[in-house]
Design a protein around this ligand. Sequence first.
Ligand SMILES: Nc1nc2c(ncn2[C@@H]2O[C@H](COP(=O)(O)OP(=O)(O)OP(=O)(O)O)[C@@H](O)[C@H]2O)c(=O)[nH]1
Ligand SMILES: [K+]
Ligand SMILES: [Mg+2]
Length: 443
Amino acid sequence: MVDDTIFAVATARVRAGVAIVRVSGPAAMRAVERLSRREVPPPRRASRRRLYDHEGDLVDDALVLWFPSPNSFTGEDVAEFHLHGGRSVIAGVVETLGLIPGLRGAEAGEFSRRAVVHGKLNLTEAEALADLIAAETVAQRRQAVRQLDGELARLYDGWRSRLLRALAHVETAIDFSDEDIPADLSASVQGEAATLACDISRHLAKAAQGRRLREGIEIVVVGPPNAGKSTLVNALANRDVAIVSPRPGTTRDVLEVPLDLGGFPVILCDTAGLHVTDDDVEAEGVRRAQQRAAAADLRIIVHDGSVGEVSGAATVMMTEVPAIVVVSKWDLQQPDAASITSNPKVIGVSARTGFGLDRLRARIIVELERNFDTSGGIAPTRERHQGGLRACLAALQRMAAESEVELVAEELRSAAQALGRITGRVHVEEVLDMIFAEFCLGK
Ligand SMILES: Nc1nc2c(ncn2[C@@H]2O[C@H](COP(=O)(O)OP(=O)(O)OP(=O)(O)O)[C@@H](O)[C@H]2O)c(=O)[nH]1
Ligand SMILES: [K+]
Ligand SMILES: [Mg+2]
């Protein structure tokens, strides 16, 4: 794999001023020489070069950058061609590259994978790179940049060093003692393991936060039929995404609308009106609505302000789950609605006039800031991280029940290994396959 040279268009496939084609591997120098019919330019300096295709036709007047190994993104010889972004220019260069012996088109994520293999990036940093490229909101960007900066890897590597130090102590004891670990050593190793288990558990508790920031925070809009849920979703999204009609039972499926609210990636879900029904299609809609609401990060409970159920709104606030109570159709408000205007937990909204919408948005953002605070310690962002952390905790727990020195050492080793697999200190091929499968081409 490392013998061949790969190339790919690193920029998006849309008409643009500039397109970048990247080449990495031992034949990168040959690629520059073939295309430009000159020697490679000085390292890391943008140099203007005419580029020719395999038939000698002038294809572009471009910039060429040369990054000799090991000072490149992948750690290999890397060349970058900054072309004019026309389709035919790109096609001409790509076709010519493909005809050079030893060169082939890169697979998705292959550049990053080589960077990992050559020690330029650790696994969590490579994952963060994918997250950064996919980031659409400020909160997602912040989380990805911190992880790319190595914050997660430093944390895990630090824990792993603590385990390896403890292991070293235990291993010296193996040479001296017969079976059982000496009492004073046992106390200090078990004490260290217990402290570490505490730190890991605290960190694991933030896993849901980390994943939600990466994948989107679910806010589910629920309430009785015709309460104005779909109208509210459209108003918050500033788009006409959901069907609205005066007929109750309009919404059946759960409709997901991705939104950026105050920098948080939100998936706003419109649902079917909750009620008892004989219609099995509607009943399925209600079931899905309830299921989604149960798993939501935040609920917006909508009460119909045009009918006399406004006073019931107060009771819903008693639930444990984070929820915001909205009384809709404020422009048609009932006389008793006035009694809840004073209740700060209930927000009157009219999607028709726009009344209360800014207040509702602000309340949602306050809830998100409370539950998804990004300023504290970094969180695990993937199932893979959680799996490794849990495996480490399990080994530490097993160790706590051991007194035989060989077995204590064995569990310490497996706890350290579980952490090493997360950052890639312990190399595992299938982990690489899994991670880089989700990358885009040219990265
Ligand atoms: N006057 C007024 N009418 C509204 C307001 N919001 C919604 N409506 C009307 O209420 C009716 C129901 O609105 P929908 O948004 O379809 O209600 P829903 O809760 O999604 O209904 P289902 O999906 O059937 O459960 C429609 O005729 C809307 O035009 C509002 O703020 N003011
Ligand atoms: K409706
Ligand atoms: Mg609806």
